[in-house]
Design a protein around this ligand. Structure first.
Ligand code: GDP
Length: 470
């Protein structure tokens, strides 16, 4: 309605996630019968939310603030195994970090920052989409740009496609790094063709996806790649407000024998300072020491800066949101109420179980039943898919987000958790780690060995007739 009004009455073209300034907002508000008045500029406390904010939401939360400044992009490297993700991360680190740094030995804290032409770029140090998915499953999105590494001698492979799916699902722009061009059997044109076939059309072919030929081994094309990252970042207009209480996301965390819990935080908004009272989920503490990716003690960290911190009494989970509270008491209260909430919560937010599907559908919280299917053989998989697609004619659609042969893995659980999906195992089991993770994330796994029973259950769930299982 707002977009229509802007276009029809005021000839202002707006898209759904665009921010309009006060004057335009006031025009529309008046049209729609409201009386607008400008809000007093306030130093907004950390925006409270049921779940961690996505990179974009974190950005939008203080969009209207005059203090917004351009921040370094946060980049994740994904792609098929052995295509060169780790090599690329290492090469960038070696060529850009060590140069000119006094004692520039990097510490592996889960992320590092490089400087290119005076501009910074933050790289997440865990390659692959597992970490990306695990974070997204916890509601955290920290990545602004995804580099998809494709080996020029091997081409588009299953995990290339998966990585692209994940980046797209998270609405993160993609840059293709066409790696291993030094190899005699490299065939860049074939890769570009394959990419086009899965809908990733590079600029050379008339699309809008940047593709940079590189050799991670020889260090070729790395500068171009970094330049393109900065270019894409500029178009994205990535901003944050450094002048507020900080919020961020835990990238990784571990227990050290002597110093206790060490957590790497990627600051998203505000500036994290020594002595800040922090809360991460149900844990509260104080920043007692802070180190950057070179292991150097620092006093404060601005947005997109990865820092490892000491001062949390327990080890938090990767993907958890960190918030700075105005004082210790508030931090404690906040942590306690979060602990209470978690205790009362039967199921993590956004999760679907087949037993409660009908209820969630009635409430309007679920309109599609997302499913991951794992089966022992291709034949059964096809049969199940065929039968499920027929069910999709009901008022609720069944959407297959992943299918595969073999046991249910941790990756399957993460994808299901991130997408609010249930997992169906046909004649397969869940790996130990997958089963534990499913329990923790509240992902519903159903096991079957008879196809009609499986279909019957889904059908029954769709119409609210499923016998509850205990
Ligand atoms: P990852 O599994 O995607 O992290 O891949 P790695 O970075 O571990 O690389 C897999 C293999 O490919 C290693 O043996 C690397 O040395 C090799 N490799 C990576 N980049 C290049 C490259 O640009 N050229 C060549 N010839 N080999 C490469």
């Amino acid at each position: 309605e707002i977009i229509r009004d802007l276009i029809n009455k005021h000839a202002i073209f707006a898209s759904i996630n665009q921010v309009v300034d006060y004057d335009k907002a006031a025009l529309v508000a008046t049209d729609l019968g409201f009386e607008p008045s400008p809000a007093a500029a306030t130093e907004s406390p950390a925006v409270r939310s049921e779940r961690p904010l996505s990179a974009n939401e974190a950005m939008m939360a203080t969009r209207d603030d005059e203090n917004m400044v351009t921040i370094p992009p946060v980049v994740t490297i994904m792609g098929h195994v052995d295509h060169g993700k780790t090599s690329l991360l290492d090469t960038i680190r070696k060529t850009k970090v060590a140069a000119g740094e006094a004692g520039g030995i990097t510490q592996h804290i889960g992320a590092y920052q490089v400087e290119v032409n005076g501009k910074k770029i933050t790289f997440l140090d865990t390659p692959g989409h597992e970490a990306f998915t695990a974070m997204r499953a916890r509601g955290a999105q920290v990545t602004h740009i995804a580099i998809i590494v494709v080996a020029a001698d091997d081409g588009v492979m299953p995990q290339t496609r998966e990585a692209i799916d994940h980046a797209r699902a998270a609405k993160v722009p993609i840059i293709i790094a066409l790696n291993k061009i030094d190899k005699a059997n490299a065939n860049p044109d074939r890769v570009k063709q394959q990419l086009a076939e899965i809908g990733v059309v590079i600029e050379e072919y008339g699309g809008d996806v940047v593709c940079v030929p590189i050799s991670a081994r020889r260090g070729e094309g790395i500068d171009e790649l970094l330049d393109y990252i900065l270019l894409v970042a500029e178009v994205q207009d990535i901003k944050a407000n450094p002048n507020r209480l900080a919020t961020g996301v835990i990238i990784e965390a571990r227990l050290e024998k002597n110093s206790g819990a060490i957590a790497t935080v990627l600051v998203q908004q505000g500036t994290l300072k020594m002595g800040d009272n922090i809360v991460v989920g149900s844990i509260s503490g104080k920043v007692r020491a802070m180190f950057n990716d070179r292991g150097k003690r620092i006093q404060k960290a601005t947005p997109s800066t990865p820092v490892s911190i000491l001062g949390l009494p327990e080890v938090p989970n990767a993907g958890d949101r960190l918030e700075v509270m105005p004082d210790e008491r508030t931090a404690k209260q906040q942590a306690e109420s979060e602990a209470e909430k978690r205790e009362n919560e039967a199921m993590p937010l956004g999760q679907v179980s087949l037993d409660t599907l009908y209820m969630q559908m009635q409430e309007g919280t679920v309109k599609e039943l997302n499913v991951v299917i794992k089966s022992d053989v291709q034949g059964s998989l096809e049969a199940i898919k065929g039968a499920l697609s027929k069910l999709s004619e009901e008022n609720l659609k069944v959407r297959l987000i992943r299918e595969g042969i073999g046991n249910i893995s941790e990756t399957d659980v993460h994808l299901a958790a991130a997408s609010g999906a249930i997992i169906i195992g046909f004649n397969v089991k869940a790996d130990g780690a997958a089963a534990r993770e499913a329990q923790r994330e509240g992902v519903d796994i159903r096991y079957y060995n008879i196809i009609y029973k499986l279909i019957e259950d889904i059908q029954a769930a769709l119409v609210g007739m499923l016998e509850p299982t205990y």
